[in-house]
Design a protein around this ligand. Sequence first.
Ligand code: PHE
Length: 444
Amino acid sequence: MEKQREQWGSRMGFVFAAAGSAIGLGNIWRFPTVAGRNGGGAFVLLYLLIIMAIGIPVMISELSVGRKGQKSIVGSFLSIKNSPLWFLVGMMGVMSGFLILSFYSVIAGWGVSYIFNFLTGTFAAGVTPDEAATVFEGLVSNPVTPIFWHLIFMGLTGFIVFKGIAGGIEKYSKLLMPALFVLLVILAIRAITLPGAMEGVVWFLRPDISEISIQTVLASLGQVFFSLSLGMGAILTYGSYLSKKEDIPGNALIISLADLSIAILAGFIIMPAVFAFGLEPSVGPSLIFITLPSVFGSMYMGNVFGFLFFVLLSIAALTSSISLLEVVVAYFIDEKKWDRKKAVVVIGAVIFLLGIPVSLSQGGITIANIDFLDVFDTITSKLFLPLGGLMTVIFVGWVWGGQNVLAHIRQEGVKFKLGSAWLFLVKFILPLVLAYILISGFLG
Ligand code: PHE
């Protein structure tokens, strides 16, 4: 006999878990980094538009497919339409899970190691960006230390996923997410009041339309998918543990707005600091690991705040990494009939190994000069996730069928007033827009 599929314990629990998946390094590390490389305000403006017009509708689509299919990403597509194409689309999501988590965990590992840096006083009061850069480079160029922290982080991720949905993912998300929010607000207030911070705020908020190119659009689109955990089955898989009574559009709105506010808040912490210390916003992945210690160094009780910040960064990363691992684990449980324990151990080990070249390449040890972090991040965010999103809207609008989806969403009396507008977007507009951005982004 089939075992009953696990479900979330409560609506709140689901919202925290899904918001936990969305809010992570994508908001605190990747958003400022990518905004910094893509011209600041113009990028932020595009990001806002894309969340509203594309992110939320795609999230509604993914949650619906998952809840209807009641399986992993592959199984859910196939249970609605069994064909090789949809198998491949599902597998692209599983692949993305491996690739994203392998670099995600390395960066989260850096965050965890910073907790100890603040505890042990590595960053003294008044630490300059140059000194902080030396500490960061010392960490990443060490061939062993960052891999050790990556291992610890994968261990924590595996532990929670092993505990299952209600007793693992939900329980820890409910505990960890509220704390994260409070700390971010405190830190944003501190950063904005730094001398010279206004320049950063302005740079972050004032769009310079001439900065917008198809590349900026593709970068923003990739960031929206990455940040909302879309296009690879994380939200879909979480939807598969959702009960029929739940209001999918309402929940999608809450989760997306929570994610957006945290991204903006993180920008308000990091950008003012970057300008206050005269740094370049476009340096890339090391941005927060070099700027933030300097911000904390200039604060009263900075070490305490620094410690707390990196605890919370690690927490935010953890509530996301569990959703990445869950995509792959759910696939092996549902389609290959593995038990949860075997799936967590085997897949966790593979992802750990995949993270080793990622980590080494950050310290300059590479094969053929490949920066694996950049390569894995770029293929997933700029190709696999938007392509997964494109295929999902085609699936929902044309394969499963718009009216069937609407009936699914509206069962048990759930209201979806904007249902027809959503359906029009998903069926006609989004496939064209997504295909256009993807194609011209790659050709241009
Ligand atoms: N959304 C997460 C973040 O912003 C990362 C993530 C991407 C999680 C894709 C799941 C799926 O950090």
